[in-house]
Design a binder for this molecule. Structure first.
Ligand code: ZN
Length: 341
C-alpha cells in the first residue's frame, strides 16, 4: 500500500470556518473569552440525525466556531493553516469556500473581507506550495439579492490561479430557500467565467438535484451523492460532465448515511461519475482530506490504481490552470509507478 499523504490530489470541498484546526479554535476562544460548546471540544466527530433539528444543531455549532473569528489576522491564520494542512496531505490545489458576509462586520464590508481572503490565499500558496484558490459562497438562508451582490463581487476577482476567485457556491440547509431564486446570481457568476459549484444532493435526493441542475447549471455539485438514487439522473450528470464533491465523513456526521460503508462511492465511480473527495468541515466532522481517501481504501476496497483514479478525477474536476493539472497528474502517475511499500 502506498502512502496516501504523498498522492497528489485536489481538494475542492472545504469551508473556511470548518477547515479550522481544533487547537486554533480553542486558542481564539480563549483570546476572546468565549465559552465553546462541549461538542466542539470533545474531539469526537459529530453524529446528527438527517433532520432539520440535526441541521439546526450543526448550524449552532458552526456559528459558535465562526463567532471566534474576529479579525483579519484570525482569518489569515485560518487560510494559512488550511493551506499547510492540505500541503501535508498531498493536496496541490485547494479551492476553499467562504461566505464573506459573516466576516464583513469587523473588516468594514464584504469587499475587504474577500480581498483579505484572496491575499491570504496568495501568500499561503507561496508559503506552502499548495495553490489556494477561492470559492465565494452565498447562503440559502439569505435573500437572493444578497447572492447577486456576492456574485458581482466574486466576478471582479475571477481567475484560475492562487488568490483568485474560481467559483461561486450556494451553501446551508438544502431544504431552505427557493433554488430558482438564486439562478440570477449564478448567471452573473457564470458570465464572469466562474465555475458554478452549489451544494445539492446530500440532505435531499434526486428531485432536488434536478432543481439545482436546472436552475444553477453546476459544473460541480457540493456532495451530489444522492444523485445515485436515480440512475437516469446520474447518467445525465455524467453526460453533462457535472463532477461530484463527495465528502464521506460529512455524510455520516450529518446522518445521510448510517455508516461510511453506506456512502455509495463504488456505485458513483462505476456509473462513470467524476468524483472529488473532500473534507467539508474537518473541525466538526473530525477528519481531513486523506482520511476520505482512507475510507475509500479501507471501507470500500479501492486499490492503489483506483485511488490514483480518484485523485486524477479530483484534479480534472478542479478549476486549476492546465499547467497545474498536468503537474499534478504527472505526480499521480509517479506515485502509482513507485513500488508499493
Ligand atoms: Zn459543504
Amino acid at each position: 500500500m502506498r502512502d496516501l499523504t504523498t498522492l497528489p490530489k485536489a481538494h475542492l470541498h472545504l469551508h473556511f470556518t470548518g477547515s479550522m484546526r481544533s487547537a486554533t479554535l480553542v486558542d481564539l476562544a480563549q483570546r476572546y473569552g468565549i465559552r465553546l460548546p462541549a461538542a466542539l471540544l470533545d474531539g469526537d466527530p459529530l453524529r446528527l440525525p438527517p433532520t432539520s433539528r440535526g441541521w439546526f444543531r450543526f448550524q449552532r455549532l458552526y456559528d459558535a466556531a465562526r463567532a471566534c473569528v474576529r479579525s483579519g489576522d484570525d482569518m489569515r491564520r485560518i487560510v494559512d493553516e488550511a493551506a499547510a494542512d492540505d500541503a501535508a496531505e498531498g493536496s496541490g490545489r485547494l479551492e476553499i469556500q467562504v461566505d464573506p458576509t459573516s466576516y464583513a462586520p469587523f473588516l468594514g464590508g464584504i469587499t475587504p473581507a474577500v480581498e483579505l481572503v484572496l491575499d491570504a490565499a496568495r501568500e499561503s500558496s507561496a508559503r506552502h506550495g499548495t495553490e489556494v484558490a477561492v470559492i465565494v459562497a452565498a447562503s440559502r438562508l439569505r435573500h437572493p439579492l444578497d447572492a447577486r451582490t456576492l456574485a458581482r463581487l466574486a466576478a471582479r476577482y475571477a481567475g484560475s490561479g492562487p488568490g483568485e476567485v474560481v467559483g461561486f457556491g450556494l451553501s446551508n440547509d438544502e431544504r431552505r430557500g427557493d433554488t430558482d431564486a438564486f439562478a440570477h446570481a449564478f448567471r452573473i457568476a457564470r458570465d464572469a467565467g466562474l465555475a458554478s459549484v452549489p451544494h445539492g444532493g446530500e440532505l435531499l435526493g434526486p428531485s432536488h438535484v434536478t432543481e439545482v441542475v436546472t436552475a444553477l447549471e453546476p459544473d460541480r455539485l457540493g456532495h451530489g451523492v444522492r444523485s445515485g438514487e436515480d440512475p437516469a439522473l446520474l447518467d445525465d450528470l455524467v453526460s453533462r460532465g457535472v463532477a461530484l464533491e463527495v465528502c464521506p465523513a460529512s455524510n455520516v456526521s450529518l446522518g445521510v448515511y448510517q455508516d461510511a460503508a453506506d456512502v455509495p462511492l463504488r456505485a458513483l465511480v462505476d456509473a462513470g461519475a467524476t468524483l472529488a473527495l473532500g473534507a467539508d468541515d474537518p473541525l466538526l466532522f473530525g477528519s481531513r482530506l486523506v482520511a476520505q481517501y482512507e475510507t475509500a481504501r479501507h471501507v470500500h476496497g479501492f486499490d492503489d490504481a483506483a485511488l490514483a483514479d480518484l485523485a486524477r478525477s479530483s484534479v480534472r474536476a478542479s478549476t486549476a490552470p492546465a499547467a497545474t493539472r498536468e503537474r499534478l497528474l504527472a505526480g499521480i502517475d509517479r506515485w502509482l509507478a513507485t513500488p508499493a511499500g
